[in-house]
Structure formats: structure tokens, C-alpha cells
Write a protein that binds this ligand. Structure first.
Ligand code: HEM
Length: 494
């Protein structure tokens, strides 16, 4: 049916909004065929090229999906300063309009805590309001569907599973740092290298043996895909952008499907906690049905994104924030030399790398890579004096909580010592939530902290980075990236 509609419109104007029977589709036309843009995911490829069956993107009566994510005023570069200015102007609970939609933003840790632990806000919200890159997956669904995702994938992240992963994470980190040491004198793009490192790690420790070399080389595609979620309208309307977006989605879906096919062909490995193995061989407790391939693809891609982008950016900001702080770099090196010498870190070493961990904790405070999350209110309620209506999107502003002057002394100062045991005593724990809070707490928190500590140690053992002068500022592409490249010359440590 949809194919027929698409075919009949192929000669029409470049961008055509089609709404019928309460189902809304947006079609973009390129020279040879139609590109239905759904809210980011594709059900079934047909005929090759850019021709896809699509599916319902919003229920009857809802307004058409708009691909405009940020207004001209609110760009990735201006989002954080814009929110901070509104916070200053309006106070701890403030209103902003994103894409013509009202959002209620919370900067006070006490309010954030109450929202993220309250069942009235169990449903995810959409801060950006526009394109969703994939369909149903753990980060986007709520209720029973979310529980299902979390139950299936949870075993891969249990405390013991993460402990067991430490030596594999360390091996990847050590190999990467060895290779980097051999590139003494070379100028590197720090974010690109850190993306490479975290992607290799996630694919290696979570995705298991059915990942192919070609999949490992997809980091450029992955890196660029999140940017589509925050493009302004004029760029989204550009035909080249649309073609590129579709190319990316096709490529990523093909990679995920390849992993699924190879995992299925290998049969069920009862002992393996690899994500593809858990997802492909899971069975619904009531019906005994497996997950369909579309859902598994979405889940795999969600984990790939959530699992590599955040850690690579944290490592990128780590180096940026240390560029003028040789005092901190030297303290990390001294600790690593004392605890590890030339050894690769093992599980029991992590608790001894206390200063290294303090620096990581402060990087995550100062440059929260996930700066905000969002929730939808189920019922009418109140937050303090503020009336919240059913359906309102409420936005815990993690970035703001980490800089709240009532909770942090000199919040604008980068100071790892604030996380020493002595200075941490008595701090209100609600003010620090880089991994979120409540039942949607980051499933990868323990793994991420292991990775970050191990990466920082492995690099400090073997290299120093001489940072080139740069003025990179935080820009929000869902996560917080530097707005310009950060380069460094690698020096091998004697
Ligand atoms: C520095 C690293 C990381 C940071 C700062 C981070 C941050 C976050 C935050 C703030 C949330 C909560 C989102 C919300 O409440 O709506 C979250 C959720 C999530 N994270 Fe992470 N994350 C990191 C690393 C990882 C890793 C390594 C993985 C997996 C390998 C991962 C997978 C996920 C998933 C699947 C969710 C959704 C959980 C759910 O909704 O039940 N994250 N993360």
C-alpha cells in the first residue's frame, strides 16, 4: 500500500508531507525515487537504493513529525549557554521552547532527584522533539517494553560480569596505548582516537566474536549519525543531507543484521553474556516468542551508541581539561607508576588508582557528557509551587546540577581534589549524577568507570599528549562534543 502511494508521488515536488487516515509520513524525493523519512528507522529495504517501506510515525490526530530539532537560536553550540542564561534569569525551574514545544527544565538536584525516582515520570520524554534515529530500543521505550529490554540485556552488566570484563578491557586499552606510543611525534585528532579506542572496547567486550573487521571500521558512520538528531531545519531539508542520513541508517542496519545472522548461525551459547547472544536467543517469558530482528537491530545499535560515544567523549574532555594542568598529569603518572609500573591493570588495581579515578569523576562533573535527560508527566501534579500537567515534558538538567552553587564550592573550577575522600564527606549525593538516577540509571555505569580508569592509566603509563592550542567549546549533539577538533602531539614516555 505504502509502496503504491510512494510510487504515485515520485514525480512530485522535492519535499512532500503526506497525511492520510491519521497516519503521517514525510517523503523526501531524490532523483530516482522517494525516501520516506520515518522517525528514524526503516522497516524493510526494497528494490535497493532509496526506497523503503515505512510505518506509522504518529498516532491518529497527533501533529506531523517535524525533523527540525533545534531552532536557529538554539543550536548545538548555543544550547548550554542558552540554558544557563535561562536558569540565571528564571531560577531553578525554568521554561524553554525547543522546536515550538515547551519544556520545563530543572537545575536543582533535589527536584531532579524527586522526578527521577517518581513513578509519575516513568515515561521518557523528547527534549529535542524531532528525529529518532532508531525504533524501539532500551533507551527509547518505557513500561513493559523497557522492562523486557533491561531484563534481557541486564546479565551482561551485572557486577560480576563487569569484573570479569576488566582484563579484556585492559588488554584493549594496553594494545591501543602501545600502538600510540609507537607513533611518537605524530599529531593526532584526540576525539577520533578516543572514539576508536572506546568502539574497539565495546565491540570486543560486549559484542563478542561475531563482529567482523568491517564493523569495527564503522566508527566514522557512527560518529556522524548522532549529528542528524540535532540538525537545524535548513540542513535537514538539504537533499545531500537526506541521502547521507539514509546511507548511514542503511549501513548501520546492515552491520547489525550481519551480527544477528552470524550469532543465529552459531547457535545458542548458554555461557556467553555477549549482547547479540543474549538478544538473539532470548524468549518471551509468557509467549516463548523470540524478539524480531528489527527490535534486535535497534537494541544493538542503541548499545553501540550509548556504549561508545559517552566514554570516548569523556576521554576527549579528560585530555582537553588537562592541557594546562601538568600538575594533575604528573600526579596521575606518579600514581600509575607506583601502582602498576609496566603492568597492565587488573581488577584489584582499580581501587588503588584513587587519584586517577578522582580526575575521571571531576571530568564527568565538569563536562557531563549526557547533559540532560527528559521525562513525560503521566498525571497532573505539582513540583514545589509549580503546576505540572499531564503530558508535560520535564527535563532534569544534569549539567546544571553539577554546577549548582548551593551544592558545589567554586563549581566553575576544574578541581579533582573535590572528589578526595576528605572533601567528598558530607556532600549531598543528589548533586552528582553523570549516569542518571532511578530505574533508568545507566546500565553501563560500572563498565564505563572501569573503562575510563583503565584507559587513563594505560595512556599515562606509555604516553603524554602535548595539546595544540585550541578553543574547543562544548556543543550538544545529544551528547556533549567539542565544537572544533582537538589535536595533540603524542610523546612516548621514557
Ligand atoms: C561516561 C560514560 C557514560 C555516561 C556519562 C552515560 C550516561 C548515561 C545516562 C545519564 C543515562 C540515563 C538516561 C536517562 O535517564 O534517560 C544512561 C542510560 C543508558 N546508558 Fe549510559 N552512560 C555512559 C556509558 C555507557 C555504556 C558504556 C553503556 C553500555 C555499554 C551505556 C548504556 C546505556 C543504556 C543502554 C542506557 C539506557 C538505560 C535504560 O534506559 O534503562 N552507557 N547513560
Amino acid at each position: 500500500m505504502i509502496r503504491e502511494w510512494s510510487a504515485s508521488f515520485q514525480s512530485r515536488s522535492p519535499c512532500f508531507l503526506f497525511s492520510r487516515l491519521g497516519l503521517t509520513y514525510i517523503y523526501f524525493y531524490c532523483s530516482q525515487s522517494a525516501i520516506p523519512m520515518t522517525n528514524g528507522f526503516l522497516e524493510q529495504k526494497s528494490r535497493g537504493g532509496y526506497f523503503w517501506e515505512t510505518r506509522k510515525v504518529c498516532a491518529a490526530g497527533c501533529s506531523p513529525v517535524t525533523l527540525r530539532v533545534m531552532s536557529e537560536q538554539l543550536t548545538p553550540e548555543t544550547l548550554l549557554p542558552g540554558l544557563e542564561a535561562e536558569w540565571e534569569r528564571q531560577g531553578d525551574i525554568f521554561d524553554v521552547t525547543v522546536n515550538d514545544q515547551e519544556r520545563i527544565v530543572l537545575a536543582n538536584p533535589a527536584d531532579i532527584h524527586s522526578i527521577l525516582t517518581d513513578g509519575n515520570y516513568a515515561e521518557k520524554g523528547h527534549f529535542f522533539g524531532g528525529i529518532q534515529l532508531f525504533g524501539d530500543e532500551i533507551t527509547s521505550v518505557s513500561g513493559a517494553e523497557w522492562r523486557k529490554s533491561r531484563d534481557i540485556t541486564g546479565p551482561a552488566f551485572h557486577r560480576q560480569a563487569v569484573k570479569d570484563m576488566t582484563s579484556r578491557v585492559a588488554a584493549v586499552g594496553a594494545k591501543f596505548a602501545d600502538d600510540l606510543r609507537a607513533r611518537d611525534g605524530e599529531v593526532i585528532n584526540v576525539q577520533k582516537e578516543m572514539t576508536h579506542l572506546s568502539l574497539q572496547t565495546i565491540l570486543g567486550v560486549l559484542f563478542g566474536k561475531h563482529v567482523e573487521t568491517a564493523d569495527r571500521l564503522a566508527y566514522q558512520t557512527l560518529n556522524e549519525t548522532l549529528e542528524f538528531a540535532t540538525l537545524p531545519q535548513n540542513e535537514i531539508n538539504n537533499g545531500d543531507t537526506q541521502r547521507k542520513f539514509m546511507d548511514h541508517i542503511v549501513k548501520l542496519n546492515d552491520i547489525a543484521q550481519g551480527i544477528i545472522d552470524r550469532t543465529r548461525a552459531a547457535g545458542h551459547d548458554q555461557d556467553s553474556l555477549d549482547l547479540p547472544n543474549l538478544l538473539v536467543h532470548s524468549r518471551d517469558k509468557q509467549t516463548g516468542e523470540p524478539l524480531d530482528d528489527e527490535r534486535i537491530r535497534n537494541e544493538l545499535l542503541a548499545f553501540l551508541f550509548a556504549g561508545h560515544e559517552t566514554t570516548s567523549l569523556t576521554m576527549t574532555w579528560f585530555h582537553k581539561l588537562l592541557e594546562d594542568r601538568s600538575d594533575i598529569t604528573e600526579k596521575i603518572q606518579a600514581e600509575v607508576d607506583a601502582v602498576l609500573g609496566e603492568r597492565t591493570p587488573q581488577l584489584e588495581d582499580l581501587s588503588k588508582l584513587t587519584y586517577t579515578r578522582q580526575v575521571i569523576d571531576e571530568v564527568l562533573r565538569f563536562r557531563a557528557t549526557v547533559p540532560l535527560v527528559s521525562r513525560t508527566a503521566r498525571d497532573d501534579t505539582k513540583l514545589g509551587d509549580r503546576q505540572i500537567k499531564s503530558g508535560d515534558v520535564v527535563v532534569p538538567f544534569i549539567w546544571g546540577a553539577h554546577k549548582h552553587p548551593d551544592f558545589w564550592r567554586n563549581p566553575e573550577m576544574f578541581d579533582p581534589d573535590r572528589f578526595s575522600a576528605e572533601h567528598s564527606a558530607g556532600r549531598d549525593r543528589r548533586a552528582y549524577l553523570p549516569f542518571g538516577l532511578g530505574n533508568r540509571l545507566c546500565i553501563g555505569k560500572a563498565l564505563a568507570l572501569t573503562e575510563l580508569t583503565v584507559f587513563a592509566a594505560a595512556l599515562a603509563q606509555r604516553t603524554t599528549f602535548e595539546m595544540e592550542p585550541n578553543d574547543a567549546q562544548p556543543a550538544v549533539y545529544v551528547t556533549v562534543r567539542p565544537d572544533s577538533p582537538i589535536h595533540a602531539t603524542v610523546r612516548s614516555r621514557p
